[in-house]
Design a protein around this ligand. Structure first.
Ligand code: C2E
Ligand code: CA
Ligand code: CA
Ligand code: CA
Length: 275
């Protein structure tokens, strides 16, 4: 057993060292990303299931490392959370999204809400309500033009703490959406009491719904639940018209996915509007 242990040690150590090195390298590059203007936001339309008209957007963070290309947010956001950079990055996302909303509004476009994603740490440690109020004031936009997406697992991890924050957002007019719904453990008792406007059904259920009867049943249950609780419901990751039709058929009001539009730079959104 001892020699096997030693072998395992020799086998794993270089892998861990390599992982740690890569992560440190990512962290160092991320620390400079904001100053170097390597971050940007792409916007993905959300459409009405009934006529596919655009009803809002989700802002999605992009990091372009130049020669090294784009780093997916699923890779760098966890790093940013761990090393404490998420506060700075989240503040940048908020300012950038509010600036975009203000520009679109001035140009006669931006009557739709723009949603931003907020991480667990931002919700726990930042004065999100104060930050949003301040940024909206600076950009002279109504908080009603903003939506905040927080994941189900983040909200439900500590509903006594997150509840009042969500209520603060909502009292200001910001719409509150529960992201990745169905992947966490929601207590229905809490969900009913939480100040939530919209439920976003996680992509994994939409993907399986066409092939798997139980996934489709789950989607239908979530749609019915949202209606019972008087909340809006969005399906994310809608890739095919079959999925879109099925979702419209069971009463899911808003759809988002490659089937309609990929996330794209603001300039491309504007080009489409002007067509
Ligand atoms: P999410 O909030 O669940 O966002 C949805 C993800 O699905 C996005 O990936 C989007 O590009 C992708 N998507 C949209 N439509 C489709 C589709 O039809 N098919 C497929 N396969 N994917 C689709 P993305 O942009 O890579 O973002 C990944 C995650 O990173 C997000 O998941 C969110 O959790 C996080 N994230 C992105 N931007 C931010 C941000 O500004 N702040 C924070 N805290 N997290 C962010
Ligand atoms: Ca989201
Ligand atoms: Ca998701
Ligand atoms: Ca997510």
């Amino acid at each position: 057993a001892k020699s096997a242990g030693r072998n395992a040690f020799h086998f794993f150590r270089p892998v861990f060292a390599e992982q740690a090195r890569r992560r440190l390298e990512l962290e160092l590059a991320l620390r400079e990303a904001v100053d170097r203007r390597e971050l940007s936001l792409h916007y993905q339309p959300k459409v009405a299931a009934s006529d596919h008209s655009v009803v809002g957007f989700e802002a999605l963070l992009r990091w372009n490392r130049g020669e090294e290309g784009f780093v997916p947010p699923d890779r760098f956001i966890p790093v940013a959370e761990d090393c404490g950079l998420i506060g700075q990055i989240g503040a940048w996302v908020l300012a950038e999204a509010c600036g975009q909303v203000a520009r679109w509004h001035r140009e006669g476009h931006g009557w739709q809400r723009v949603a931003i994603n907020v991480s667990a740490r931002q919700l726990a440690h930042d004065d999100l309500v104060g930050m949003i109020r301040e940024e909206c004031g600076r950009q002279e936009i109504s908080p009603r033009l903003l939506e905040v997406e927080v994941t189900e697992s983040c909200v439900m991890a500590n509903p006594e703490q997150t509840g009042p924050i969500l209520k603060g957002l909502r009292d200001m007019g910001v719409s509150v959406a529960i992201d990745d719904f169905g992947t966490g453990h929601s207590s229905l008792a809490y969900l009913r009491r939480l100040p939530v406007d919209v439920i976003k059904i996680d992509r994994s259920f939409i993907r399986e719904a066409g092939e798997d009867a139980s996934a489709e049943a789950i989607v239908k249950t979530i749609v019915d639940l949202s209606r019972t609780l008087d909340m809006g419901v969005v399906a994310e990751g809608v890739e095919t018209f079959e999925q879109a039709e099925m979702l419209a058929g069971i009463g899911c009001g808003i759809l988002q996915g490659y089937c309609f539009a990929r996330p794209m730079p603001a300039s491309e959104i504007e080009r489409r509007w002007d067509e």
